[in-house]
Design a protein around this ligand. Structure first.
Ligand code: GLU
Length: 278
């Protein structure tokens, strides 16, 4: 039997990659390799305010140092490009139009300071709070994505279930575990929840490997995929790497960045061993 497996590495160039990324990306690499599949590198530079060119180069270099190889990506090409989100706006716009036409999203004029986070993948405490639904029933006319926040109307009370490759059956309740989430920001930046679904579908990704702090995002993305009528991929959520205090590693833990570990003489095998527990 031939298996058709397409996985992806989807780092954001908003800081240096650390041990947590090493675990997730090494897992993604191994799962693709074991299945004779293809691994796609997607540069998630969606947020123009937080993405920095210097971190793009560092991502390629650090992941290659670790021993990870990919068959498609911004630096190697492929049939499903462009492989940087900043160059994929037309895909997101098409999806936005489809969601508007289908009545799945609505414009929201509420001003919330947390909206700045919507282009980023919400890790733990960064997640957007449950929206109270203020603009849900309003008949606001908006023909362009810019100028208002666009929210996905979640089916309140509906159970979203999916099978995770490591953790088994997962179950989330729309309207309870997450509310109407932003898919396009008023400053005209598409949100992570929309872009990632559009890209995974367009790049024919069959399995998404990511950290378990994104489980609730997966449930949201299943709703977006359903609304867009695209195939829902398989999911494999990795265990998070935590610091001594039990906190998830974030890009602020620079001492545990792959770069820092390399500069103090750690070799890739050691780093992989620590992150995978092998
Ligand atoms: N760019 C996202 C991040 O850095 C990727 C999340 C995902 O795998 O969907 O967290």
């Amino acid at each position: 039997m031939t298996t058709f497996y397409r996985g992806r590495l989807a780092p954001s160039p908003t800081g240096l990659l650390h041990m947590g990324h090493a675990r997730t990306f090494w897992t993604a690499f191994e799962r693709a390799r074991e299945r004779g599949g293809t691994l796609v590198f997607r540069n998630e530079d969606l947020d123009p305010y937080r993405s920095k060119a210097e971190f793009v180069g560092a991502m390629f270099e650090d992941l290659r140092w670790l021993g990870i190889e990919w068959q498609e990506g911004p630096d190697v090409g492929g049939d499903f490009g462009p492989y940087a989100q900043s160059e994929r706006r037309e895909y997101y716009l098409r999806a936005w139009r489809k969601l508007v036409d289908g009545g799945f999203i609505y414009p929201c004029t509420c001003s919330r300071k947390d909206l700045a986070m919507a282009a980023q993948a919400p890790h733990d405490a960064d997640d957007e709070p449950i929206y109270p639904g203020t603009c849900r029933g309003k008949k606001l006319e908006a023909r362009e994505p810019a100028g208002v926040n666009w929210r996905f109307r979640v089916p309140d009370g509906e159970v979203i279930e999916f099978a995770d490759g490591r953790m088994g059956r997962q179950r989330y309740v729309a309207g309870k575990d997450f509310g109407d989430f932003v898919v396009w920001r008023r400053d005209d930046v598409p949100a992570y929840q929309l872009a990632v679904v559009v890209d995974d579908a367009a790049m024919k990704i069959t399995e998404v490997v990511r950290g378990e702090d994104l489980l609730r995002s997966t449930a949201r993305q299943i709703l977006v995929a359903r609304a867009l009528g695209v195939t829902i991929p398989g999911y494999y959520h990795c265990l998070l790497v935590t610091d001594e205090a039990g906190m998830r590693l974030a890009k602020r833990h620079d001492a545990l960045s792959l770069r820092a570990l390399r500069s103090v003489g750690r070799n890739p095998r050691e780093v992989r061993g620590v992150t995978t527990g092998l």
